[in-house]
Design a protein around this ligand. Sequence first.
Ligand code: ATP
Length: 237
Amino acid sequence: MSLLSVENLNIYYGNIHAVKGVTLTVNEGEVVCLIGANGAGKTTTLQAISGLLPIKNGMVNFEGKDITKIKSHEITNMGIAQVPEGRRIFSNLSVEDNLEMGAYKVDGTKEEEEAHMERIYGLFPVLRERKKQKAGTLSGGEQQMLSMGRALMTRPKLLLLDEPSMGLSPLFVDKIFETIEILKAEGRTILLVEQNANLALKVSDRGYVLETGKVVKEGLSADLRDDPSVKSAYLGA
Ligand code: ATP
């Protein structure tokens, strides 16, 4: 059974039919990517999964439960954490306080929370160095790490990453993708939305290609990377 399954998802913004019958699955321990051009419906799909947008028709199942009509905070409590496009950290709070905001959703002792925070600092040492610093003073790349760290503090069963490389310098893009590799090696389950199809297809097991709200191609990432139409449209070949 898949951890996440989305069936025939349809999302509208008023009269605009942004997502048209998207069907996808994510199995436990997999990294799955969703690639496509600007406006293809990638972010919309993620937001629908995490309960931030109403689903006109279609179904989202998580761990065998229908979550189509469930509110976003309950979906977070069930184990889906989204790292939104544009990070959305709390600029006026310290790095440490931002991470603690992620932990409040989780039952556990103070010691467990601290141990968990240590793991996040192990993943992103720069966050430890800057833990007392206001989050708004971090660079874009560091803010992306913080946003990922905060999501991981909720101990999600499924991590949704929305364009983690957007607006970052090449150095930070590499760092973010290295982190995704580490999370994958730890056996975490990730649904990754990316415009950088090259990197997304390198780090993932499987992928879906979205065009104007529809899945036009799906398969193993290694096969998609060799697919001539994917190459010419998305891989700059
Ligand atoms: P991007 O990388 O630019 O975010 P995307 O693939 O994530 O692209 P979406 O942001 O999901 O695409 O947008 C899908 C379609 O829905 C686009 O045509 C977009 O213009 C439209 N859309 C997105 N958000 C809204 C909104 N709040 N109101 C109206 N239309 C919207």
